[in-house]
Ligand binder design. Structure first.
Ligand SMILES: Nc1nc2c(ncn2[C@@H]2O[C@H](COP(=O)(O)OP(=O)(O)OP(=O)(O)O)[C@@H](O)[C@H]2O)c(=O)[nH]1
Length: 209
């Protein structure tokens, strides 16, 4: 898989655009146009592989509601679910998104970091620089992530350029690893299928002798 779709989800004003722009440009720009949804594209080289990454930044005012969210969940190969550590209601919204992912893909959440049917999810507590106004404890974030078997970290789009780059790269890496594993499960290995063939031909013959 060389085309990877990442959806950055979360309620209004949690910093989705700020995180994406930070990842794409390494810059923090204070204000972002928020009346349109956007798909950004970036070419990445990871472990010598050229990847085309699409990043979906929904507009919370326009794309609110369960059905829009379901579409976004179906669209993505991997997800960052964002809340603002200084805004409890945004944490509740992140919780709802994770629940919906579980509902959309019952039977998911079995493997670590894969809350949405084998598609990696990381829960991100943004605006860590506002920890003096914190409304959501670090442990609460950790617990929610553990409940949904997804990754978790707190960071600040405003201050942490490297951490932002790292979290996006990790999700991309997990998507690649997941798709390779799926490929392996789909296609039996050469030696196994050859063994099956030999068994089919000679095994039957041996029985009739
Ligand atoms: N202090 C602080 N402010 C931040 C941080 N990240 C984003 N912001 C601010 O939070 C506000 C909302 O950021 P956006 O990136 O527009 O949030 P969004 O989630 O894309 O919002 P919608 O497009 O409305 O859904 C802006 O004023 C940003 O400057 C951060 O890490 N720290």
């Amino acid at each position: 898989m060389n085309d990877i779709k990442l959806a950055v989800l979360g309620s209004e004003g949690v910093g989705k655009s700020a995180l994406i722009v930070r990842f794409l440009t390494r810059r923090f720009i204070g204000e972002y146009a928020s009346l349109t949804e956007c798909i950004y594209r970036k070419r990445l080289t990871l472990d010598g592989r050229q990847l085309n990454v699409e990043l979906y930044d929904p507009c919370s005012q326009v794309c609110a509601g369960k059905s829009a969210l379901s579409d976004q969940i179906h669209w993505g190969d991997g997800f960052l679910v964002i809340y603002d550590i200084s805004d409890r209601s945004s944490f509740q919204a992140a919780k709802n998104i994770l629940h919906l992912m579980r509902e959309t893909h019952p039977g998911a959440s079995k493997r670590d970091g894969e809350a949405a049917a084998g598609r990696p999810v990381v829960l991100v507590g943004n605006k860590q620089d506002l920890c003096h106004m914190r409304e959501v404890d670090h442990e609460e974030g950790q617990r929610l992530a553990a409940d949904h078997r997804c990754g978790f970290l707190e960071l600040s789009a405003a201050e942490h350029s490297q951490e932002v780059a790292l979290v996006f790269s990790k999700v991309v890496q997990s998507v690649c690893a997941g798709s390779k594993a799926k490929e392996r499960r789909r296609r039996p290995s050469g030696s196994k299928s050859m063994a099956k063939l030999i068994n089919n031909v000679f095994g039957k013959r041996r029985k009739s002798v």
